[in-house]
Design a protein around this ligand. Structure first.
Ligand SMILES: NC(=O)C1=CN([C@@H]2O[C@H](COP(=O)(O)OP(=O)(O)OC[C@H]3O[C@@H](n4cnc5c(N)ncnc54)[C@H](O)[C@@H]3O)[C@@H](O)[C@H]2O)C=CC1
Ligand SMILES: O=C([O-])CC(=O)C(=O)O
Length: 308
């Protein structure tokens, strides 16, 4: 499968690396900065004999190279700086993503699209509107990353294997995301029986702050190793038709009482894209939080004044 990654910055380039190292397809890494995607692609290809992968990555500044891509990952745009929220990126990144959406529409309008640029839920809405991608073939990345952070924090707090921890974070990928401790387990055992309410609340708060915590350390940008792993997991579920159950920002048409917008929900991802939105039996309080987070996304979308 030909997979285009748009934006050869920290997230885009690390994603390209993860995709080729897992032999998930032929990757085209596109950026507007001359030489940047070419240099990073050549560097990655020079690791192929050592690391032993056969997939190739082509770096380019020519939008024509996007032609024929079956999947497009959009990771172009500004990353936040300390003190900023993801929402503060809305106007700047909407302009960048809108111009990228025009390129995708022109060169790869049949492609399945994964949006990463923040604020991701609102910008997924923008791309869907501009490219005209069917709603089950476009989704945003946020929930897998937030869930991975929650899982990591639980594993670290308990001193157990990372692989034994499962957890789910729903809602918009922002400060009011909705971690669900009631659905978090260590090898099938609810964390509510293993940790105190106070410990769980601290893990939830650290998860909500997870992106900002990295920004405070890096000072000049945001996370990219875990984000790239999350994107690669989405791509792999589609390319290998794995039908993984993963939280992704998807178009809601009544699920969880939410209609006409993108927000993070559990979905089954397979070869045809979003094959099913899974409806969990949320408590009234969890549902209220999810709907509140989705109302926040809707307010951002309203600011973008996207033509219907
Ligand atoms: N959804 C999520 O969970 C996550 C989202 N992000 C977001 O991903 C985005 C990228 O982050 P980084 O890679 O760290 O930033 P970066 O600054 O390292 O890279 C951004 C790249 O986009 C390129 N670019 C700008 N305009 C472009 C255009 N019109 N066409 C093609 N390329 C263009 C830039 O030249 C740059 O190379 C940010 O908006 C960040 O907030 C980052 C991590 C997680
Ligand atoms: O925090 C940011 O701005 C980047 C991001 O979305 C994350 O790492 O969760």
């Amino acid at each position: 499968m030909k997979i285009a990654v748009i934006g050869a910055g920290f997230v885009g380039a690390t994603t390209a690396q993860r995709l080729v190292e897992r032999n998930l397809g032929e990757v085209v890494l596109y950026d507007i900065v001359e030489g940047l995607p070419q240099g990073k692609a050549l560097d990655m290809m020079e690791s192929a004999p050592i690391w032993g992968f056969e997939s190739r990555v082509l770096g380019t500044n020519d939008p024509k190279d996007l032609s024929g891509a079956e999947m497009v990952v959009i990771a172009s745009g500004m990353a936040r700086q300390p003190g900023m929220s993801r929402d503060d990126l809305l106007e700047r990144n909407a302009g960048i993503v809108a111009s990228v959406a025009d390129l995708v529409h022109e060169h790869a309008h049949q492609a399945m699209v994964i949006v990463v640029t923040n604020p991701v839920d609102a910008l997924t809405h923008l791309v869907a509107a501009k490219v005209g991608t069917p709603k089950d073939r476009i989704f945003g990345m946020g929930g897998i990353l937030d869930s991975a952070r929650f899982r990591h924090f639980i594993a670290t707090e308990m001193g157990v294997a990372q692989a034994d921890v499962d957890a789910m974070v729903l809602g918009g990928h922002g400060d009011d995301m909705v971690p669900l401790p009631r659905f978090a387990t260590v090898n099938g055992v609810s964390i509510e029986t293993l940790l105190s309410a106070d410990q769980i609340q601290k893990l939830v708060a650290r998860t909500r702050d997870g992106g900002a915590e990295i920004v405070r350390y890096l000072k000049k940008g945001s996370a990219y190793y875990a984000p790239a792993a999350a994107i690669a997991q989405m791509v792999e579920s589609v390319v290998r038709d794995q039908k993984r159950l993963l939280p992704c920002s998807v178009w809601c048409s009544g699920q969880y009482g939410i209609t006409g917008q993108f927000v993070g929900l559990p979905v089954i991802l397979g070869r045809s894209g979003v094959e099913k939105i899974v409806e969990l039996p949320l408590s009234a309080a969890e549902l209220k939080e999810l709907q509140g987070s989705s109302a926040h996304v809707a307010a951002k979308v309203a600011k973008l004044q996207i033509a219907a």
